[in-house]
Each structure stands twice: as C-alpha cells, then as structure tokens.
Ligand binder design. Structure first.
Ligand code: 6SD
Length: 234
C-alpha cells in the first residue's frame, strides 16, 4: 500500500510516521509513505501556492496549477492511484469508508491550507473526505488520520489481525469494558464473570456490555429500530 501526501508543510509528517505500527509497517515494506512539497511544483520565482480570491473577501485561496501539476506528476508513476482531497465539505470518514480505501493500491492525498482551494482542482480529484465536523487549520492532520486508520487494515501491519476485526465499529457496536491486574484497584473489583473461566458466559457478558454501552453513548450507531427503542419512540 502506497500513501502519497501533497502539502506545503512536509515537516508535519516525519514524526507521526516514524512511531509505532506505521514505522514497523514501513520497515517491513508493507506500507510506504511519501510526502511531496507542493512548492516543488510551482514555476514562478516566488513559489506561490496561494492568491487572493476573485470577487474579494477574507484570506487566500490555493492556486490550482501547483496542485494539478503535483497530482499529474505523482500519479504518472502509479497504477490505479486514488486521488483524495481532505476538506470539511467531503464525505464523512467512517470505518466502512476506511475499509473501502484500504482496497486501493495507492492513495494520493491533497492537503489544503488558507481558506480553501480553487474550485477548478475538483475534476482532478476522485473523492473528497472529511474526518469530522470541526474545522482544522489544514488537511495535514486529516491525512495522517486516514493513513493511520487505513494502514491498520493492511494484512501484517497490526500483529494480531483478530484484534482489528474485534474492535469498535467493525461490528457496529462500541467495545466492551476491559480489565487487567490487579483484581482489586482502589476498592473496585474486576467483574466476577471475567474470573470464572466460563468462556461462553464471558462472551455473552461482553456482548451485553457492548450493546448497553452503545445504547447509552452512541445510540446513533444502532439500527433504526434499536434507536427508536432507546429514545422511547413509537
Ligand atoms: C483549507 C483545509 C483542509 C482546512 C478540514 C478537514 C476537516 N474534516 N476539517 N477541516 C480541513 C481540510 C480544513 O484546508
């Protein structure tokens, strides 16, 4: 799996990409991350990547030429690249979407800054994605989120693939509560069922805890009928 990032802040990437699972995956050759400096694709003497908006108004807009030149240059040497624009107007990123992205051999992500992009880059983009309904200063952190979430679905990146499949959202429910030693901490005991050794009972307790947690904290994740039940509607 190849990740390519186009940004005016390439210095934001090395540290998060060189820790933990992503570091190991790159060392093993399962994943590669290449960060491209957008200014390298400018042709004017000031290396301008932004300009004032037509029609007037606050702030600056990302110029289309450097972005499209970068996309074309990078994609030339890739087979079936999938071009992504990170922006607040994009499709919300969900675990289902993450799993879809993991099927592409290479993802090329464009990170914006300033007030946004010249609209004319949109025909050169395959998909616009948002990591959530809040405003970031740019697309860089969003690109890192996409890389992290997608990489862990690539076989061999996470040591125990079963743990990936068991996690929150994969089954549409939140995770059940976990405990480790000691058996008692500050007066709080580990639930007796987990010490029982009865695996059928443990499995059913965990399922029930997952469902209860999801009802309380994220009823939106439950199906329509479940959600109506939780909200006491007809
Ligand atoms: C102008 C950007 C790019 C500004 C963003 C993405 C999400 N989910 N929130 N904010 C964002 C992306 C903001 O460049």
């Amino acid at each position: 799996m190849q990740f390519h990032v186009i940004t005016i802040f390439p210095e934001m990437f090395p540290s998060p990409l060189s820790a933990s699972l992503l570091k190991k995956a790159q060392d093993k050759g399962i994943v590669s991350c290449t960060v491209h400096n957008l200014r390298d694709y400018t042709t004017d003497k000031h290396h301008a990547v932004d300009d004032a908006p037509y029609g007037g108004g606050q702030g600056m807009v990302m110029k289309p030429e450097p972005i499209v030149t970068a996309l074309e240059t990078i994609c030339q040497s890739l087979t079936n690249p999938w071009r992504i624009l990170l922006c607040p107007q994009g499709t919300p990123l969900t675990q289902t979407k993450v799993a879809e992205l993991a099927r592409h051999p290479s993802l090329v992500m464009v990170c914006g800054r300033y007030e946004g992009f010249d609209e004319r880059i949109r025909p050169f983009i395959d998909e616009e994605l948002s990591i959530g309904d809040y405003i970031l200063s740019g697309g860089e952190m969003a690109a890192l989120v996409v890389i992290d979430a997608v990489a862990r679905l690539i076989p061999g990146v996470v040591g125990n693939q079963e743990s990936v499949e068991e996690e929150s959202f994969s089954h549409g429910l939140l995770e059940y509560p976990q405990y480790t030693r000691p058996e008692e901490f500050r007066g709080m005991r580990v639930p007796e069922v987990l010490l029982s050794g009865n695996h059928a009972k443990i499995t059913s307790w965990r399922q029930q805890q997952s469902l209860q947690r999801t009802r309380e904290r994220r009823p939106d994740l439950l199906g329509e009928s479940e959600a109506r039940l939780v909200n006491d509607l007809p």
